[in-house]
Design a protein around this ligand. Structure first.
Ligand SMILES: Cc1cc2nc3c(=O)[nH]c(=O)nc-3n(C[C@H](O)[C@H](O)[C@H](O)COP(=O)(O)OP(=O)(O)OC[C@H]3O[C@@H](n4cnc5c(N)ncnc54)[C@H](O)[C@@H]3O)c2cc1C
Length: 381
């Protein structure tokens, strides 16, 4: 079976790795001519690392990953500790670790692994312009006018998925009422006591910071409530002064960190959502990751769910007799879990808008989501 994946993000690359491992022939079409370092961190909970280790990425991730001993939640102004979350031994509890990485280290490990197991499978500068599902195959039209066919297509083209809008629901992404800034700080530029994992919150704002890349860099994401947002993209440079003014009421340690981003660079972007989609497949085209179910970043589970999707979809293809039957089983397996995570992520965002007290953090402890086993857990509802 010839499978085309649209999108070379975390979801698309994981799909290609999982399907290659299962013996399918896969091509990944990524519109960018080059995959670039977007300068950000990512948290990978055990439910995400379980998939990545199964795909053979464990050793590569361990070269740079950081597992924080604890994360403190603090009052934004006084820095008083409101809650301390000790990182438990997740390898012992769930058979998979909790890792924090530079996003590029993850992406690079995935690309390198794909080049080893399926040389030439990733095609850069390959922009899909239109898809048409025609019975037992899909016709793909590229932006440069070329045409190709595949037996099925996995659309992992992200939150702004044009495939979702063309084939499933034309409703555009909706602004979720939050603006985010991100930056990386060289830890050599910070006093030792700031080399840590912490979240400071209050007044409708919060800043989450943690170490990545062997502790050489500290990643921060700062979020503030906003009524509207117009700019597009997630690489919009933000003036440092404007950003620092937004968080001027935060404690001194936090302000020290955010005033020292590498090259003075901070990027900002608006957080968006989409209405829930009941069915993620149509004919021989199936949605995966953010294209199917974008979620707010407050749970740290968006990429994790894309990884789970990739694993479950692959397993469904190996157990069912047709792509359509596989898609139905994939939908049945993934729908309730993803919906729950999407709703939890939205609720957690609302909590940060509350007072910086322990009450606002109730339910923040990791729960059942970490135990989910996309590699060997049951398929179906
Ligand atoms: C601030 C922030 C922090 C986050 N932190 C975490 C975290 O800590 N943990 C976590 O699990 N998740 C996190 N997430 C969520 C996570 O980043 C996303 O859920 C995940 O990256 C989605 O992957 P994807 O492959 O579905 O989409 P994307 O990563 O968006 O990839 C889509 C790809 O498709 C390509 N593409 C689009 N259209 C076409 C086309 N027509 N033809 C060819 N290629 C195309 C794009 O160029 C892109 O490379 C965070 C998100 C944000 C915004």
């Amino acid at each position: 079976m010839k499978i085309a994946v649209v999108g070379g993000g975390i979801g698309g690359l994981a799909t290609a790795l999982a399907m290659t491992q299962a013996g399918f022939k896969v091509t990944v079409h990524e519109r960018s001519a080059q995959l670039v370092d977007q300068g950000a961190g990512i948290t990978l909970a055990p439910n995400a690392t379980r998939v990545l280790y199964h795909l053979g990425l464990g050793p590569a991730l361990e070269e740079t990953a950081v597992t924080p001993p604890q994360t403190e939640y603090r009052h934004y102004r006084t820095s008083a500790v409101i809650m301390r979350m000790i990182t438990r031994d997740f390898r012992a509890l769930y058979g998979a670790p909790y890792l924090r990485l530079h996003r590029w280290d993850l992406q690079h490990a995935m690309i390198t692994r794909l080049a080893q197991v399926a040389p030439g499978a990733l095609r850069l500068g390959s922009h899909i312009d239109q898809l048409e599902s025609r019975g037992d195959h899909v016709a793909l039209r590229f932006a440069d006018g070329r045409m190709e066919t595949a037996d099925m297509v996995v659309a992992a083209d992200g939150i702004r998925s044009a495939i979702r809008e063309a084939l499933f629901n034309p409703a555009p992404p909706v602004f979720a009422g939050f603006v985010a800034w991100r930056g990386l700080v060289d830890t050599a530029d910070l006093p030792q006591h700031l080399h840590e994992s912490a979240v400071a919150f209050g007044q409708g704002r919060h800043i989450n910071r943690y170490l990545v890349r062997r502790g050489e860099l500290l990643n921060f994401i700062a979020v503030a409530h906003r009524d509207n947002w117009e700019a597009e993209g997630w690489m919009i440079p933000a003036p440092l002064d404007e950003f620092l003014a937004e968080f001027a009421s935060f404690d001194e340690g936090t302000r020290t960190i955010i005033s020292r981003p590498v090259l003075g660079q901070v990027f900002k972007w608006g957080l968006f959502g989409r209405p829930w989609l009941e069915q993620w497949w149509s004919g021989r085209v199936v949605l995966l990751g953010d294209a199917a179910h974008p979620m707010l970043p407050f749970l740290g589970q968006g990429a994790a769910n894309a990884l789970e999707d990739a694993m479950i979809l692959t397993r469904c293809l190996t157990t069912e007799s047709t792509p359509e039957r596989s898609f139905a089983l994939y939908q049945q397996t993934r729908g309730p879990r993803v919906r729950d995570a999407t709703e939890q992520a939205a609720r957690r965002g609302d909590r940060y808008l509350g007072e910086p007290t322990a009450d606002s953090l109730k339910g923040n402890e990791p729960g059942a989501e970490y135990a989910y086993d996309a590699v060997a857990g049951p398929l179906g509802g």
